[in-house]
Design a protein around this ligand. Sequence first.
Ligand code: MG
Length: 211
Amino acid sequence: MSENMFHQQLVRNVWCAGRNYADHAKEMKAEIPKAPVVFLKAGTSVTSGSVIHLPNWSKEIHHELEIAFWLNEKLEYSHFTLALDLTARDAQADAKKNGLPWTLAKSFTDSCPMGQWLDIDSVPSLETLQLELKINNETKQLGDVTDMLFNPQTLLNYIKDHFPVAPHDVILTGTPAGVGPLKNGDKLEAILRDKTRPANQPLLVCQWDVN
Ligand code: MG
C-alpha cells in the first residue's frame, strides 16, 4: 500500500482503549479495568496537521499520547504511528458526573492528531516500543507497551469480537500517566522508540504546536 493511501481522509473508525495503563487509570481515580474499555473517536476527527487548535468551549484540553495501529484489508495491524487522543477533560468530568456519553469530550474537530505511518515490519516486536511526550522540552508522559493492561493484539481481538471493525480503521491503545492541560504556545514533541535500537535513533518524532 503506498504512502499516500494513508491520507487522513481514509481513516474510517477510530477505536480507542481507555484506562489501558494502570498508572493513568490511577491518576484518573478510575478502577483498573478487568476487560478493555473502548470508546470511539470519529474518523473525521483525525488530522495530520502540525498545529493544535483548542476549541473555545473547553477550558481544559488534555494531551493523551498513544500508539495507534492501522488495520489492513485482512483486519490485521499493518502500520503504526503516534496519535494524540485530545480530551476535553472538563466536558468528560461533566459527562461522568451525569452519566452521559463522552463524545463531546473525545471526538471534537481535530481531536485526533496523528503522525506518519510506519510499516509494522520495521520493528522486530511490538513489545519493545516506548512512547514519550515532551512539552516545551519537559517530559510529561513516558510509557512502554509492556505497561499496557491489554496488549495491542488482545485489544484487537476484543474489538473484533464486539464491534463492526473494517479495513482502514485505527486502534488507539491508551495513554500512560502524566496527562495534563495544553495552553496556547505549547510546543509538543512526541517520540516513538524501539528499545532494541539506540536511544538517539527513534522510530518517529512528531511535533505539534498549540495555537
Ligand atoms: Mg486516551
